[in-house]
Design a protein around this ligand. Structure first.
Ligand code: KMH
Ligand code: ZN
Length: 283
C-alpha cells in the first residue's frame, strides 16, 4: 500500500468559536495550526477562512493571507474549499481559485445539510470546474452521497472535469450518506478507475472510518471541521486528531506520507507558494 495521506480540515464553516477554544480563526492561527499538523503527520490542509470575529468569509484577501501564513510555516499541500458556507454564492465560493492553490474541493452534487441545502447544481459544478481549469487547480471530488459519483462521471463525460481524480467521501452529514464501513465499501467499489480516495467521517465516525480506510488502502481526513471531540466529552485539537491517525497507521504498517510523497501519489506538480509561483519543495 502507498503511504497514508492525512488531510486535516482544521476550520470548516459550521463550528462556532464558542464551541471550542481550538478553532484557528485568524491567518496567524491557521499558520500555527499548519506547522503543528504537519509535525503530527498531515500532508494536506483543507482551508476555510474566518473573520476575526469567527464569522465565515471567502474573501480572496483573507485566503491569500491564510495561504501565506500556512506556507510560511509548512510545506503542506494547500487545498482551498470551494464549498464555503451555506448561503455563499457560487461566484464567492469560486473566487479564491484565482490564488492558484494546488488543490481545491469540488462537491459533486446537491445535498441536504442539516436543515439547510448545500446547493451544487450542474451549472454550479460546471462553473467551479471551469475556474479550476482556468487557474490550473486540481480538484478533489467531494462525495456526500452515492449519486454524487454518477454526477462526477457525467461531468467527466461532458468534458467539465478529467478522470481519474482524488476523491473524498464525506460520510455522516445529516442529509447525506450515513457513515458506515458498508457504505464506504460500496462507494470504493463504484469509484472510476484510477481514482485515489480518502474518507472524512463526521463526528464520532471520524475515527472508525479512518481505521477502515487505513486497512483498505485509502487515505484519511480528520480535523475540527468534521469532528470536535477526541473522545466523549473531551475536546480535540487538530494536531491531536492527526497524531492519533498517524499512530494507528504506523501500527498498521502504513507510515504517513510527507507532503512531497503525497504530491507524487496524487500526481501534483511542485509545491506552490502563496503567489502561485512554483517553488522548490524542501523534501
Ligand atoms: N461547509 C459546507 C457547506 C467544502 O469545503 O468543499 C461545505 C464544505 C465542503 O465544507
Ligand atoms: Zn470544507
Amino acid at each position: 500500500m502507498e503511504p497514508l495521506i492525512i488531510t486535516c480540515a482544521p476550520v470548516g464553516a459550521e463550528i462556532l468559536p464558542e464551541q471550542t477554544p481550538h478553532l484557528p480563526v485568524t491567518p496567524a492561527q491557521l499558520g500555527e495550526t499548519a506547522r503543528k499538523i504537519r509535525e503530527a503527520g498531515a500532508s494536506i490542509v483543507h482551508v476555510h477562512c474566518r473573520n476575526d470575529d469567527g464569522s465565515n468569509t471567502h474573501s480572496v484577501r483573507r485566503f491569500h493571507q491564510a495561504y501565506e501564513a500556512i506556507r510560511a510555516q509548512s510545506d503542506l499541500i494547500v487545498q482551498f474549499s470551494t464549498g464555503g458556507a451555506i448561503g455563499m454564492t457560487p461566484h464567492e465560493r469560486a473566487s479564491v481559485l484565482e490564488l492558484r492553490p494546488e488543490m481545491a474541493t469540488l462537491t459533486c452534487g446537491t445535498v441536504n445539510f442539516g436543515d439547510d441545502v448545500f446547493e451544487n447544481s450542474f451549472p454550479i459544478m460546471r462553473g467551479i470546474a471551469a475556474k479550476m481549469r482556468e487557474f490550473d487547480v486540481r480538484p478533489e471530488l467531494e462525495i456526500f452521497d452515492k449519486g454524487h459519483l454518477a454526477n462526477a462521471r457525467r461531468l467527466a463525460k461532458e468534458g467539465a472535469i478529467d478522470l481519474p481524480q482524488h476523491v473524498d467521501f464525506v460520510l455522516g452529514v445529516p442529509g447525506g450518506l450515513e457513515a458506515s464501513a458498508q457504505n464506504l465499501c460500496d462507494l470504493v467499489d463504484d469509484l472510476p478507475p484510477g481514482c485515489t480516495w480518502s474518507v472524512a467521517g463526521i463526528g464520532r465516525a471520524q475515527l472508525a472510518l479512518a481505521m477502515v480506510a487505513i486497512a483498505m488502502g485509502g487515505h484519511v481526513r480528520v480535523g475540527l471541521e468534521d469532528n470536535l471531540y477526541y473522545s466523549k466529552g473531551e475536546l480535540a485539537t487538530n494536531e491531536q486528531l492527526v497524531a492519533r491517525v498517524a499512530r494507528i497507521a504506523a501500527e498498521a504498517g502504513r507510515p504517513v506520507a510527507t507532503p512531497g510523497q503525497a504530491r507524487r501519489i496524487l500526481k501534483l506538480g511542485p509545491m506552490r507558494s502563496a503567489q502561485g509561483v512554483a517553488a522548490a519543495a524542501p523534501n
